[in-house]
Design a protein. Structure first.
Length: 324
């Protein structure tokens, strides 16, 4: 086969990945845990062709910037090496969610690319091998390979650092309501941010407790315990942002409406509406609640000044091939 197409969902981390022990291999400083976001997806087609003079990349209908092509080519190089081919490839990729919405599109992008490219090159990688490969393109992409609720293990070697599903999507009808606050591109994205983590005096403290928080989050997921998940997720989120704010140079991703949403969620919880929040490397706030409360959460989020729109997603499936 020289052409293959794959679909993958982005994911939201409950316990965050921030900082690498090996930058080149994307071996993370700590393990992380996340949920795939159903309904939001990247679809990618890869075609290897011996006639091509270079790799080409179309993103959402237009030719991609050179830096984006280079990052995709680096992943294609890994696939070419595994498959023993030197053919270049044509890659076409599109997201069904707004590119500037602050959803981590690199997670779904590199999970879909790893699967489509390896299948197009004739490789049949198992889930762990696919997750390892996706990790090389973007760390969080390792978690978009398995289904549902997913844990990515930190380790010292390429072989040992990959993600596994801890619960299927059907296990828990949790919904992520994403308060979109800014659609602008971030000044410092995740890739440039990870190397700064160790410049913060707080990163060591954050890493010291990471395994404990991971175990608490895993247990909360297995027991479908939202108050427990919310507590550990918000603690982990505050720790990551504290590291970001105290690195050199400092990274301050929160905007005033981000803080308004965080205060609102805490107030709703005090009134009895169970929910918890987390933010990635950007100002948008992900609010997790039971599906039964998701419409109420979205309606309330929509009324907070500065919230431009609300996207919603339940737990999603694994990266998979499809017939284009
Ligand atoms: C804050 O996976 O986007 O979203 O490996 O450089 O592509 P690269 O970084 P990326 O980092 C994600 C950081 C985060 C937390 C998380 O998703 O765990």
């Amino acid at each position: 086969m020289s052409t293959a197409s794959a679909i993958a969902h982005p994911n939201i981390a409950f316990i965050k990945y921030w900082g690498n022990r090996d930058q080149a291999l994307r071996l993370p400083s700590n393990s992380s845990i996340s949920m795939n976001l159903d309904g939001l997806e990247t679809r990618t087609t890869v075609r290897f062709d011996s006639q091509l003079a270079a790799d080409a990349l179309q993103l959402n209908g237009s030719a991609a910037a050179p830096a984006q092509v280079a990052r995709v080519s680096a992943m294609l190089d890994l696939v070419r090496q595994l498959a023993g081919t030197s053919d270049f490839a044509e890659v076409t990729s599109s997201n069904n969610f707004p590119s500037g919405s602050g959803i981590a599109s690199s997670s779904s992008a590199f999970a879909a690319l790893a699967l489509a490219a390896s299948a197009a090159a004739g490789l049949q990688l198992d889930e762990a091998a696919l997750s390892r490969l996706a990790r090389r393109g973007s760390g969080s992409a390792s978690r978009s390979v398995p289904a549902g609720f997913v844990e990515w293990r930190a380790a010292d070697t390429d072989e040992d650092s990959f993600a596994v599903s801890v619960a299927a999507p059907e296990h828990w009808d949790l919904v992520d309501s994403i308060a979109v606050i800014s659609e602008e591109h971030k000044a410092v994205g995740s890739t440039a941010g990870h190397p700064l983590a160790d410049t913060s005096p707080l990163q060591a403290a954050r890493l010291h407790g990471a395994e404990g928080r991971l175990a608490q989050a895993r247990q909360a997921i297995l027991e479908r315990d939202l108050p427990a998940l919310a507590a550990v997720m918000e603690l982990d989120n505050h720790l990551m942002h504290a590291v970001m704010m105290t690195s050199s140079p400092p990274l301050l991703y929160w905007q005033p409406p981000s803080l308004a949403v965080m205060h609102a969620v805490a107030a709703w919880r005090a009134e009895g509406l169970q929910a918890g929040y987390t933010l990635d490397a950007g100002p948008n706030v992900h609010v997790l609640s039971a599906a039964a409360n998701a419409a109420e959460v979205a309606a309330r989020l929509g009324k907070i000044p500065g919230v431009q729109r609300v996207l919603q997603a339940g737990a999603g499936g694994p990266a998979r091939l499809f017939e284009a």
